[in-house]
Design a protein around this ligand. Structure first.
Ligand SMILES: *Cc1c(COP(=O)(O)O)cnc(C)c1O
Length: 451
């Protein structure tokens, strides 16, 4: 065992020698990292192995399920059973961060409110729900529950529900993925089991149980909960495991967001073109949500969009994987970080290897953020715009605040001929969760001040 540790230490100090920014990560400092492997748009897409066709296929599947979603979740009737969130200008927050943090943000600052997505109240309502529906369609077609031309409402009939009741869906989660998979699975009629890591909040477990979902609690972190959940699921031939670390279905469910964003921007009279570049800041955990959305955005906007991930200083797993090129072969604990953070949605120690490889040539860069700031950003958004987000979601603000003031990002803007275009840039802070947080927990967050 000691021998192993020595080996590890030598390897890590070697890595830190090759990539000096690792020393900053190890010290728990906030970093800015520009991805040196980003390539031109076309070759990055070729390397990804996924296409626009894959996203369109996902979008059409969601459309087929819209009647069933409306039936089970009447709150989605207004938008025809399509689960989508508002894109909202936040000028008061923009003015505030420019003053307080000297962000020098010109152009437009917008909030993408996945925090308020129907059913699950987080970005996970995209990928998680999509994967449950895709599995449902496969089972239904294979077993003759749907005939050509049928409305998918048919799946709400007793015969179909009885059929789905013989099947189980399981997932490992820090909280929000479990909520989206659990609520949707239970609605369709499956037995749902969610394996929750120690970071998961009590109210999320309670809410799931109230939907009839079985919640299994672990003392360990996210990766352990996933591992145990997978083993249990694999023992049961009637059980399907949603694999957050490797699932292409989840990824494509997230990617659909991008196509719909074009219509929303147009609706606001906002142009994205060579003179109006688009910057998007996304909180990152295992990588599926920010990766899938970024992939979709790159498909739609190509070179015009610049995607940045933001992670907690104690759980910068995607940054570590991408900086070293080791992807999921390294975890934050390997460099002495705890993996623990108040941002429960981002409390992931080991990144998705699949997402790391797709993002390798697409991602513009990464920021990390200390937990204390998440609560500050949360209070500031609430005060200036009267919008509540959970702490994890607030991580995205770090990118918008730092873009125009850090030497690394300024150099990126310079090298990409963007400096003289920043006065008409469009910035989207991707708000990933918060609308289901109970009032008393919101109150607790509002009164949390960390050093
Ligand atoms: C899950 C989650 C994320 C990040 O998604 P990953 O797929 O884990 O990278 C960001 N914010 C919130 C609130 C989340 O629940």
């Amino acid at each position: 065992m000691d021998f192993m540790n020595d080996m590890e230490e030598i390897k890590i100090s070697e890595l830190a020698g090759r990539f000096p920014i690792i020393k900053e990560l190890q010290a728990g400092k906030e970093i800015v990292w520009i991805n040196p492997d980003k390539t031109d748009h076309e070759s990055s897409m070729r390397d990804s192995g996924l296409t626009m066709q894959d996203i369109e296929d996902a979008e059409q599947r969601l459309q087929r399920f819209a009647p069933l979603i409306m039936k089970y979740f009447p709150e989605t009737r207004d938008c025809g059973g399509i689960i989508e969130s508002a894109l909202t200008p936040i000028p008061a927050m923009q003015e505030y961060i420019n003053k307080k943090y000297r962000s020098r943000l010109e152009g437009k600052l917008l909030l993408k409110q996945d925090s308020h997505l129907a059913i699950a109240g987080s970005v996970k309502a995209r990928g998680g729900i999509y994967e449950v529906l895709k599995h449902t369609e496969e089972l239904a077609l294979k077993n003759g529950l749907l005939r050509k031309g049928d409305s998918y409402e048919r799946l709400a009939e007793e015969e179909a529900r009885g059929f789905f009741g013989r099947y189980t869906i399981q997932v490992g989660s820090t909280g929000n993925l479990g909520m989206s998979i659990g609520i949707m699975s239970a609605a369709v009629g499956y037995k749902a089991i969610v394996h929750m890591s120690a970071d998961a909040k009590q109210w999320k477990k309670d809410l799931l149980r109230s939907h009839g979902v079985e919640v299994v609690e672990y003392e360990s972190d996210y990766s352990e909960a996933v591992k145990k959940g997978r083993v249990l699921s694999d023992q049961d031939p009637m059980s399907y495991f949603v694999d957050d670390e490797n699932s292409q279905d989840l990824f494509l469910g997230y990617a659909v967001a991008a196509k719909r964003l074009t219509g929303q921007l147009a609706g606001l009279g906002i142009t994205v073109d060579a003179e109006h570049p688009l910057f998007v800041y996304l909180p990152c955990g295992v990588g599926g949500a920010p990766g899938g959305i970024s992939f979709g955005l790159k498909q739609v906007f190509g070179e015009l969009v610049h995607c940045f991930f933001v992670e907690p200083t104690q759980a910068p797993c995607m940054a570590l994987g991408m900086i070293t090129g080791l992807d999921n072969k390294i975890c934050v604990q390997d460099i002495g970080l705890t993996g623990q953070t108040h941002a429960d949605g981002l409390a992931v120690g080991r990144p998705s290897g699949f997402v790391g490889s797709v993002m390798k040539h697409m991602l513009s860069g990464e920021f990390t953020v200390v937990d204390a700031r998440l609560y500050d950003y949360m209070r500031e958004l609430l005060r200036t715009e009267d919008i509540f987000l959970e702490p994890s979601a607030c991580a995205a603000f770090q990118g918008s605040i730092w873009l125009n003031q850090k030497k690394e990002t300024l150099q990126y803007l310079g090298e990409n001929d963007l400096l003289d275009k920043m006065n008409h840039a469009v910035h989207i802070v991707w708000a990933t969760g918060g609308s289901l947080v109970p009032k008393e927990v919101q109150e607790e967050y509002r009164n949390t001040f960390l050093d």
